[in-house]
Design a protein around this ligand. Structure first.
Ligand SMILES: Nc1nc2c(ncn2[C@@H]2O[C@H](COP(=O)(O)OP(=O)(O)O)[C@@H](O)[C@H]2O)c(=O)[nH]1
Ligand SMILES: [Mg+2]
Length: 396
């Protein structure tokens, strides 16, 4: 485990960046970060998408970390899974006494209207944040057009946002900022938040941090969880309607012996049934307390660490005479025992043998676990591994 000095979260100003997918969060962070943003993360669908990036420059003598997050509209993962990931990260920071300096909420000004996804993301953001912290939020419009006609329209849209969707946040003290797409503009926005964050004596405690942490609520009892439940129930109802319609279509296709149509309807029924089952699972997971969320997320963090190490070893593997091993964590469905598996690969990439390398006790993930191997100190991967491992260790 690397020393925390390399990831000085405690002494840093931490700013969380949220907003729908495609609103420009990662691009914004990459303008300021001292390392590439989101590159290694994109390779594995289960990989943790919430993580901090250190800024190249200090602000007011402090290191600044910008936390990238996934939007609540990911194609690969449900909103409940995203909420658990973001909530785990935020509650863990709070547990470790890492205080936030502020939050950025990003909005694509080039979109002609508020999409369902934009509305959902904003509502979830507000509920995670809590009204008491609106004064530490920057509402940032991104992707302004170059053309003056478009710009005029976009300015009108911004005014509409101010008087509708953003009104309560502005009344609560949120600032409205325009991101021009360059480093100077991004830095200006972060500076404003950090200055305000460091001038207030009361540390920021987000609604979700208090609800899931100190108050011990289940995810479904938090403001964000309650909102999400409405969304999920709405989607479940839609799937019921869609399945009923498809069943009618199927019966008609069968009557008229249209086999092709019947086959394609059956396929669609399978897809929608799977979506319905996923929503049922989401509802169940809203019953989770923080400890359950933490167990699940720590497993994802360890898997991410294993994947990162594997990716680094794969690049080493291309060198002559080398072999590589991949680490993964497997949990027995019967006993709950968790086992680290090492798969050694030859240069032909075929696994040559598997060895069981360490067995953890049954029961929940232990707080003091560390990944089975530490990559080369100082490499980008070792930094990321140490950071993820540190986050995954909870004091609970
Ligand atoms: N025109 C324009 N495009 C941008 C800007 N910021 C990001 N993009 C593009 O918008 C897309 C989504 O950006 P990304 O940063 O991945 O969004 P995220 O999903 O919120 O992290 C990418 O194709 C970016 O290249 C911007 O300021 N202006
Ligand atoms: Mg992104």
């Amino acid at each position: 485990m690397e020393s925390l000095d390399e990831f000085p979260l405690k002494d840093s100003a931490v700013v969380v960046v949220m907003g729908p997918t495609g609103s420009g969060k990662s691009s914004f962070i990459s303008l300021l970060a001292d390392e590439p943003v989101g590159t290694s993360q994109s390779l594995h669908s289960h990989t943790v998408g919430t993580r901090p990036y250190k800024l190249k420059d200090q602000i007011g003598g402090k290191n600044v970390l910008l936390v990238d997050t996934p939007g609540f509209d990911d194609t690969a993962r449900s909103d409940a899974e995203i909420l658990k990931e973001i909530a785990f990260f935020l509650v863990t920071l709070h547990d470790k006494h890492v205080r936030l300096a502020g939050l950025i909420y990003m909005h694509r000004i080039c979109d002609p209207r508020m999409s369902g996804s934009a509305i959902k993301n904003l509502r979830l953001f507000k509920s995670l944040c809590g009204e008491q912290n609106y004064n530490h939020v920057a509402l940032v419009s991104t992707m302004w057009s170059e053309s003056s006609d478009e710009k005029t329209l976009q300015k009108q849209r911004l005014e509409e946002l101010r008087s509708t969707f953003w009104k309560d946040m502005i009344q609560g003290g949120s600032s409205v900022k325009k991101h021009r797409g360059d480093e100077v503009s991004a830095l200006d926005i972060v500076r404003g938040l950090v200055a305000k964050g460091s001038s207030t004596r009361r540390p920021i405690s987000l609604a979700i941090q208090l609800e899931l942490g100190a108050e011990g609520k289940t995810l479904g009892d938090t403001a964000a969880g309650r909102l999400l439940l409405q969304e999920i129930l709405g989607d479940k109802e839609r799937t019921a309607r869609e399945l009923a319609e498809l069943q009618l279509g199927l019966e008609q296709a069968e009557q008229s012996e249209d086999h092709d149509a019947a086959t394609s309807i059956r396929r669609e029924q399978e897809v929608i049934s799977a979506r319905r089952a996923a929503r049922t699972h989401d509802i169940e997971s809203l019953g989770n307390h923080f400890s359950q969320i933490a167990d699940e997320q720590r497993r994802r963090y360890h898997q991410t660490v294993a994947d990162l190490q594997h990716d680094e070893e794969s690049s080493d593997e291309r060198r002559p005479g080398s072999s590589s091993s991949r680490h993964s964590i497997q949990k027995s469905p019967k006993t709950g025992k968790r086992t680290y598996i090492t798969t050694v690969r030859s240069r032909s990439k075929r696994p040559v043998h598997k060895s069981q390398h360490r067995t953890a006790d049954s029961g929940p993930t232990r707080a003091n676990e560390s990944p089975p191997q530490t990559p080369k100190r100082g490499s980008a991967v070792s930094k990321e591994v140490a950071l993820l491992t540190w986050i995954a260790k909870s004091y609970r």
